[in-house]
Design a protein around this ligand. Structure first.
Ligand code: CDP
Ligand code: MG
Length: 148
């Protein structure tokens, strides 16, 4: 007999979300956080900060050498960002889907980028692409640690 789905383990994941400087200056912190919480995900770490360049370069190290690296690093350092640790069932995939495609012109309506952004230079959020990236990024942005 197949186990009832209630007894199957569901991956409880924690993902990193950054609200980029454009999202903060456009007063979208509440709207984006509201959508995350409305989905049933929990905010377990939250801070507003001016990110040092070294942290942002490390964060985007996978993109080092690409044409947009300099501009995306400069952009993330151009004003305060909100760093958020978000936890829940399949949180990494759920959040990526909620944020929408990298280029807001390709993002579906109903997503954060599809509803609230227009340009890839100012696509409002970062979210971890997979659980390994999430662990690496959370260690960078929440080096003080998170609740278990
Ligand atoms: O943020 P996401 O994971 O969806 O995209 P990425 O491919 O990891 O790229 C990181 C960020 O670099 C994007 O969110 C954009 O802000 C920026 N980017 C860009 O400006 N131009 C590109 N062609 C690709 C990315
Ligand atoms: Mg990415």
């Amino acid at each position: 007999m197949k186990p009832h789905k209630e007894f199957l383990p569901v991956p409880l994941e924690t993902s990193l979300v950054l609200i980029k400087p454009g999202g903060v200056s456009r007063r979208l912190v509440g709207e984006i956080t509201r959508r995350i919480e409305a989905r049933g995900l929990a905010v377990v770490g939250l801070k507003l900060m001016s990110a040092p360049r070294s942290l942002v370069e490390e964060h985007y190290s996978e993109h080092q050498g690409k044409g947009f690296f300099e501009s995306v690093v400069a952009y993330l350092c151009s004003g305060p960002v909100v760093a958020m640790a978000v936890r829940g069932e399949n949180a990494v995939r759920a959040i990526r889907a909620m944020m929408g495609a990298t280029n807001p012109l390709d993002a579906e309506p109903g997503t954060v980028r599809g509803d609230l952004a227009l340009s890839i230079d100012d696509n409002l959020t970062h979210s971890s692409s997979d659980p390994e990236a999430a662990a690496r990024e959370l260690a960078l942005w929440f080096s003080e640690g998170l609740p278990a």
